[in-house]
Design a protein around this ligand. Structure first.
Ligand code: S3P
Length: 439
């Protein structure tokens, strides 16, 4: 089983400083914005992972060149109207929901049909959530089962602005509609439940005609036609979603301390920090600064002897949406019962994650009670695993793989976790960093 990893012992007693790879959301957005820019854009610390490379391959199919030299990525944009739409073009978004959904907003002005395909996991995910609003702009779609990939899009050069209510808290849908709105004459009005706002911050940095009014639970966003995008040089900060695995590993281990350098701590992404602090984990932010509108800092975390259970307020869900699997491991060691609710979006990810989170916990001997969108986790501060656990057939969801590895390293037992290659989509250096902490 060359593609599986065996772990038979926990790690404790480490004191290290690490760097994790570049932020995936910002990396994909940098590729897409740069592909529309007038001129040459350069990025340092771009995440070199399958999801981002799929974005590079996608813009190449649209006639946009790029190269990678001396740790620097360069994209040669040809302006907002610079894509070349060949007939019978097929674009493969592979495993990436972000790429698939955002790209549809960018190519909404194509008069040629474009086919969008993805891998097995992406082909099970909901694309109706984005074809619906894009149809209102004037695009035409055909989707498999009216909902899934493969789909074909036929856009229009005469798009009308729309009013759009985004009520799931999906940054992918919000961003795709922002991209589409940039191609219309007139103003598009978006009312969006709070979600990650990297697209809006990039628009602001690039001085594009977008304005945001922040209300308590929603943002009101107005977008007007974009005529020109300036080249975008970006030094991409590290990903808090990748950092999350090592924050939790440190919190659950004994006598350890970790510093993670240069992490993006955009407040729309730091739900995990708020949740873990409520559970009693000691986390400190150091060297806080702002870079192109994004907040960045080093994160310092220590082992926690006592972990409190949590009744997690659903308002924190969107800011921690990619971290719940790893947060569930902390709840497994908490003193008491933790409750997480209104998590239906978790089953819309690369795998049905609420289900997989519960499966991992149950394999570990943790009692859970779940509904289709909530879970109660009965924590056990003395948890020590002594049995064999095999994790496989989980649609190669990278976060299921990494969560299982962290569980093995934190609670012991004899683990065999399949589909190691899944980490290539978001965090190819994950296992290297695990080894760095072991030595
Ligand atoms: C992302 C948005 C989130 C997140 C995904 C990345 C983005 O998805 O889960 O990993 O970069 O916009 P949703 O928009 O579907 O919530």
């Amino acid at each position: 089983m060359p593609n599986s990893v065996k772990i038979t012992s926990r790690i404790d007693n480490f004191k290290k400083t690490i760097r994790v790879s570049g932020d995936k959301s910002i990396s994909i957005r940098w590729v897409l914005f740069s592909s529309l820019a007038n001129g040459v854009s350069k990025a340092k610390n771009l995440l070199i992972s399958e999801d981002v490379l799929a974005a590079i391959r996608a813009i190449k199919k649209l006639g946009i060149k790029s190269n990678f030299k001396e740790n620097q990525f360069t994209i040669y944009g040809k302006g907002i109207e610079g894509y070349k739409y060949k007939k019978n073009l097929t674009i493969n978004a592979e495993n990436s929901g972000t790429l698939g959904r955002l790209l549809l907003g960018l190519i909404i002005n194509t008069n040629n049909k474009i086919k969008l395909i993805g891998d097995k996991s992406l082909s099970k995910r909901d694309f109706k959530r984005i074809s619906d609003p894009l149809t209102k702009f004037g695009a035409k779609f055909k989707l498999k089962n009216k909902k899934n990939l493969p789909l074909t899009i036929k856009g229009s050069s005469n798009l009308t602005p729309i009013k759009y209510l985004e009520s799931r808290g999906s940054a992918q849908c919000k961003s795709s509609v922002i991209f589409a709105a940039m191609r219309t004459n007139g103003t598009t009005y978006i009312k969006a439940k709070k979600s990650r706002n990297h697209t809006e911050l990039l628009c602001k940095h690039l001085k594009l005609p977008l304005s945001v009014k922040s209300k308590k639970n929603y943002d009101e966003i107005n977008v007007k036609k974009v005529k020109l995008i300036k080249p975008l040089n970006y030094n991409i900060p590290s990903d808090i979603s990748s950092s999350a695995f090592f924050i939790v590993l440190t919190a659950l281990s004994n006598h350890s301390e970790l510093i993670i350098k240069n992490v993006n701590i955009n407040p729309s992404r730091t739900g995990i920090i708020t949740i873990l602090k409520k559970m009693g984990i000691k986390i400190v932010m150091k060297n806080m600064r702002t870079y192109k509108g994004e907040k960045i800092s080093d994160i310092k975390v220590k082992s926690s002897k006592i972990i409190k259970s949590i009744n997690c307020p659903p308002r924190l869900n969107s800011g921690a949406i990619d971290e719940f699997l790893i947060i569930f491991l902390v709840a497994a060691k908490a003193n008491g019962i933790s409750k997480f609710s209104k998590l239906s979006e978790l089953n819309q990810k690369e795998s049905p994650r609420l289900k997989w989170g519960e499966y991992i916990l149950n394999q570990m001997g943790i009692k859970t009670i779940s509904t289709k969108d909530s879970i109660k986790i009965f924590g056990n501060p003395k948890l020590k695993i002594e049995k064999k656990i095999i994790i496989k057939n989980y649609l190669k969801d990278h976060r299921v793989f990494m969560t299982s590895i962290i569980a093995a390293l934190s609670f012991g037992g004899d683990w065999e976790v399949h589909d190691k290659d899944s980490i290539k989509t978001s965090f190819p250096s994950f296992l290297k960093i695990v080894n760095q902490l072991k030595n």
